[in-house]
Structures are given as structure tokens and as C-alpha cells.
Design a protein around this ligand. Structure first.
Ligand code: ZN
Length: 180
């Protein structure tokens, strides 16, 4: 749940960061930019700002903005019928991204959000800087985080079915509730 005024301020802040990263976004698109709190009610800590500019049955392309020390909660993209689930490529446009996938625990630069250890099981840290990218195979649990500076990344996915993503935290709700 996010107050309308806070939601709109976050949209404006994310828009400025997108524009200063070199990507064009219209005022109308800015108004539609999604501020996700994942139903956890602390979006500055666990949340993301998402500009989706292509969303078809086959492809989904987004610009994701994380504010300083903001974490996008751990999730994975599940198979659907004969489809193995979404493949996702993350490419940093500006800033420095901390990305976590399963493997040897190398958490060093980043941190698990306070009291949320159970919901962040992927502990293998990968740092992506500008011009760097990584492709996640379908079904790979992952989460990511900004450091002291904001980060702007492309997320390019096969067939967008975000509603089928499962988050490690069962309290996650994908649609942000906006209140006056
Ligand atoms: Zn993902």
C-alpha cells in the first residue's frame, strides 16, 4: 500500500533517473510507470519502479529503476505448460547492480533486508556495472539491489507472465494498492 502522493513522487524521481541515464520516456509514460511495493508496505526498502515499454505474449521489455539501497524481492519465473518459464536478461544502463543467484554465499557488498533472511535464499553475489549484462535461465531464483547510488537497468524477458512469478516471501502481492 502506497499513498498516492508518495507514489507520484516516486514516479517523478524514477522518470528523472531514466532520463538522465539517456533513455527517452514521455510524460504520459511517466504517469503509467509502476511503483511496486510487492504488498510489503515498505517500498523504499523492498520495491522497484518499472517502466514497461513492450509487453506482448512473446516478449517483455522493461526499464527497472532502483533507488539507493532498494531491493527487488527474490523470485523466480515458473514454467507454464510446455514453456520452461521466462528467461530474463538484465543489463545495467546506469549505476551498479547487485544481483543474487543460487550458489556459494558471497554476499559482500549488498545486504539482506532486515528480518527478511528467510525470503532471500540466493546468496551468490554478482556485481554488474554499466555496459554489463547477465542472462538468467528460466527457473533461476534471483533478487537484486542498488547500492548507495540509484541504478537503472533493462530487463528483457521472454513472454511476460509476471503474475506467474513466485516470490520467496508468501506475503508478496504483485499489484500495488494506491491510497489517498
Ligand atoms: Zn525476474
Amino acid at each position: 500500500m502506497i499513498k498516492k502522493q508518495v507514489y507520484q513522487e516516486a514516479q517523478k524521481r524514477a522518470t528523472q533517473l531514466i532520463r538522465s541515464s539517456g533513455i527517452k520516456i514521455s510524460d504520459k509514460e511517466s504517469e503509467e510507470l509502476q511503483v511496486a511495493d510487492f504488498g510489503l508496505g515498505q517500498f523504499e526498502k523492498e520495491g522497484a519502479q518499472i517502466f514497461t515499454f513492450c509487453n506482448t505474449e512473446r516478449v517483455s521489455t522493461k526499464v527497472i529503476v532502483l533507488f539507493p539501497n532498494q531491493t527487488l524481492p527474490e523470485h523466480k519465473h515458473n514454467p507454464v505448460g510446455s514453456d520452461p518459464g521466462k528467461e530474463e536478461t538484465l543489463r545495467v544502463i546506469s549505476g551498479r547492480l547487485r544481483l543474487y543467484i543460487p550458489g556459494v554465499d558471497t554476499v559482500n557488498e549488498g545486504f539482506i533486508p532486515t528480518d527478511q533472511e528467510a525470503y532471500y535464499t540466493s546468496r551468490h553475489e554478482i556485481i554488474l556495472n554499466e555496459y554489463e549484462q547477465l542472462t538468467l535461465a528460466p527457473g533461476t531464483k534471483h533478487w537484486f539491489q542498488a547500492g548507495d547510488n540509484p541504478v537503472v537497468v533493462y530487463s528483457i524477458c521472454t513472454g511476460a507472465r509476471d503474475e506467474l512469478d513466485t516470490f520467496s516471501n508468501p506475503k508478496v502481492v504483485r499489484t500495488t494498492q494506491i491510497i489517498d
